[in-house]
Design a protein around this ligand. Structure first.
Ligand code: TYM
Length: 337
């Protein structure tokens, strides 16, 4: 029997951080054992906000290298750049024409990002979740492993597949597109900012101190954690709505140190911040060390990442091309002679 399909991706905007790792990439690694896994670097999404053309290619390569450094194995997974498979843009157009405008206008991330862009909101930013739906639907993905913030986008992808394509253009017993399920693991699904426990850790936060990047050197990790926002109470606890920073940092302590939540809470129940912070920094440094070492090795192998992306593109194009053809035919386009 065919293994269930998985697709996910990260934008190559700026540096990847602990939230991207704990909420997404780390969970991709185990899925490789018994799923058919596709991981793309979503470079077309990266230009939905103003970007620097001089950095895009290098950021795309670096993001792919980080996938590998985190444990994605190109021998078992298809790793590719979204823009290298033109079917993503083409299916996005077809989906655009059946997606109601008010479905995308109500996306929370669009509203949040649009506020930051002021007068400069592109049509691409509004269309971001439709392109994301195309990414997923092209591969007939059964599962999409992501952080909590992507839940609404996945619901949209499901609605487009089911209500706007399958129910309109396919017989009930032979759906055109697979309706995907989100895979959002509770632990790590929402890593919060180090400077504000009520907002999520994000690449676009102008304050560098708000996040730990996967390639941050040990001294910088220690510095950022030492400066992280705290509260005046001694002892760290989970789930106190008045103490979001304690909840977040204790969650990181558990995840990075491989401890259960109960164990972490017991370890830190009476701990002052001055004792806790260096411990957390050490756990973060140790958790990231193997990944950083592997990244440096990959960086030194000239041409290797490009070769991985080339090979990924071939496999991804074959799968995506077949789905696109299916949709084109169902929508009634004249076949290419
Ligand atoms: P991006 O690059 O913003 O985020 C990549 C992944 O990281 C997760 N994430 C977090 N998880 C926990 N805590 C956080 N603070 C945190 N910040 C980010 C995100 O949920 C995501 O899983 N739109 C996607 C990219 C995308 C995609 C796709 C994903 C485009 N097409 C198709 C899956 C399938 C995004 O948010 O990227």
């Amino acid at each position: 029997m065919a293994r269930p399909r998985v697709l996910s991706g990260v934008q190559p905007t700026g540096a990847l951080h602990l939230g991207n790792w704990l909420g997404a990439i780390r969970n991709w690694v185990e899925l490789q054992d018994d799923h058919d896994t596709f991981f793309c670097v979503v470079d077309l999404h990266a230009i939905t906000v103003p970007h620097d053309p001089a950095l895009l290619a290098a950021d795309t390569r670096r993001t792919a290298a980080l996938y590998l450094a985190c444990g994605i194995d190109p021998g078992r997974s298809t790793v590719f750049a979204q823009s290298h498979v033109s079917a993503h843009s083409e299916l996005c157009w077809l989906l655009n024409c059946v997606t109601p405008l008010n479905w995308v206008e109500r996306m929370i991330q669009f509203k949040e990002k649009a506020i930051k862009q002021g007068d400069n909101v592109s049509v691409g930013l509004l269309d971001y979740p439709v392109l994301m739906a195309a990414d997923i639907l092209l591969y007939d993905a059964d599962l999409v492993p992501v952080g909590e913030d992507q839940k609404q986008h996945l619901e949209l992808a499901r609605d487009i597949a089911q209500q706007r394509i399958n129910s309109r253009f396919a017989p009930e017993d032979a759906p055109l597109l697979k309706v995907p399920e989100p895979l959002i693991l509770k632990a790590g699904a929402r890593v919060m900012s180090l400077t504000d426990g009520r907002s999520k850790m994000s690449k676009s936060d102008p304050n560098e101190g708000s996040r730990i990047n996967l390639l941050d050197p040990p001294e910088l990790i220690l510095k950022k954690i030492k400066r992280a926002k705290t509260d005046p109470t001694i002892g760290l606890v989970f789930d106190d709505p008045e103490r979001p920073e304690a909840d977040n940092l204790l969650g990181l302590y558990a995840l990075l140190g491989g401890r259960s939540r109960g164990q972490a809470a017991a370890d830190c129940a009476a701990m002052g911040w001055g004792t806790f912070k260096p411990l957390l920094a050490e756990l973060a440094v140790e958790a990231l060390r193997p990944l950083q070492e592997r990244y440096r090795e990959l960086e030194a192998e000239e041409g290797y990442i490009d070769q991985v992306l080339r090979q990924g593109r071939e496999r991804a194009s074959a799968v995506a091309g077949a789905t696109l053809e299916r949709v084109r035919a169902a929508l009634g386009f004249l076949p290419v002679a």
